[in-house]
Design a protein around this ligand. Structure first.
Ligand SMILES: NC(=O)c1ccc[n+]([C@@H]2O[C@H](COP(=O)([O-])OP(=O)(O)OC[C@H]3O[C@@H](n4cnc5c(N)ncnc54)[C@H](O)[C@@H]3O)[C@@H](O)[C@H]2O)c1
Length: 290
């Protein structure tokens, strides 16, 4: 058996703290996938700007990360990403605190599902605002910071969150539309970084999830308060069994498995990956014979 060449061995040697010195903004970091991702970022040495609409949760998460991974590694930046001017404020906070902004991860989300006959304009508008307009605004604010940064050739990343529902899902027309729309935005932003702004080292990608077990997909309905509104989250009893039958791996994912994909996209191993969708869906929608 031939031995691995030395340079190959060096390249694949596991390194710890692979995000050392990087600054990452993640929206909706208080629960679920975002909570798991910021834990990973801080453990790998990054500075994290912890956004959530719930101030107590944003502060608690930033406090826990600081206690575990060292003073100053996380700051809370609570607020509603759909509020006018708020995305620019998050970027400003990141640059003021850490001097640089390396990555944005647009993750904040809730679902406000209804079949078309019961769709209300208000919930449609809010879904589009949260899953499509807010990511555009955060990207625009990050772009401004990157264009005026000291080193325009530094590697940067923008990650947008989409879903298998973007391909169509019964009862989710607003969410499907927003999650599909953000993909068109992602591709265009990737192109413009290169063509218009001469930022060839900005990698722009989307991460597309299948069923991940969070409060959004838990069995049993739960009313939560988001920005002063009561929203019902969760799926009917028995939904997980049905979901498992549409997933090749036969189960839902843990939020940490979902966060692994985000870590890949902001980390060094995805340096030649841009304008793409990374599907973390366990093989959702593949036909299974019984
Ligand atoms: N869970 C899944 O199966 C699944 C599948 C596909 C895509 N997604 C997407 O993944 C992302 C994360 O979802 P999750 O399952 O971790 O949900 P979650 O409910 O566990 O966490 C979402 C977080 O976003 C925050 N948030 C909501 N509205 C906000 C706003 N306006 N401003 C700032 N923060 C806000 C919430 O407070 C919460 O902490 C969402 O974009 C969601 O659409 C999830």
């Amino acid at each position: 058996m031939s031995e691995l060449k030395l340079d190959v061995v060096e390249k694949i040697t596991p390194v710890t703290r692979r995000l050392e010195g990087q600054t990452i903004i993640l929206t909706g970091a208080g629960n679920g996938i975002g909570r798991a991702a910021v834990e990973r970022f801080a453990a790998e040495g990054a500075n994290v700007v912890v956004n959530d609409i719930n101030p107590a949760v944003a502060e608690a998460v930033a406090g826990e990360l600081t206690a575990r991974y060292g003073d100053g590694c996380a700051i809370p930046c609570a607020g509603d990403v759909t509020a006018a001017g708020f995305n620019a404020a998050i970027v400003k906070a990141a640059v003021e605190q850490y001097g640089e902004l390396d990555s944005i991860v647009c993750n904040a989300g809730v679902t406000r599902d209804a079949v078309l006959s019961r769709m209300e304009r208000d919930s449609w508008d809010q879904t589009i605002a949260l899953h499509m307009t807010a990511p555009m605004e955060l990207a625009k604010a990050a772009l401004d910071a990157w264009r005026t940064a000291k080193d325009p050739y530094r590697r940067r990343n923008a990650v947008f969150t989409t879903s298998v529902s973007s391909l169509g899902n019964d009862g989710q027309s607003s969410y499907a539309a927003a999650k599909a729309g953000v993909l068109g935005f992602m591709s265009t932003f990737a192109i413009e970084c290169r063509q218009r702004y001469r930022l060839p080292n900005v990698n722009v990608n989307a991460i597309g999830y299948g069923p991940i077990l969070t409060r959004m997909t838990q069995e049993g309905k739960e009313d939560i308060e988001v920005g002063g509104k009561t929203i019902t989250m969760g799926l009917p009893e028995g939904a997980h069994e049905a979901i498992g039958q549409r997933v090749l791996l036969g189960r839902m994912a843990d939020p940490c498995e979902a966060a692994n994909g985000i870590y890949f996209l902001v980390g060094p191993d995805s340096s030649f990956f841009t304008g793409k969708i990374l599907w973390i869906d366990g093989g959702t929608f593949k036909l299974l014979r019984s």
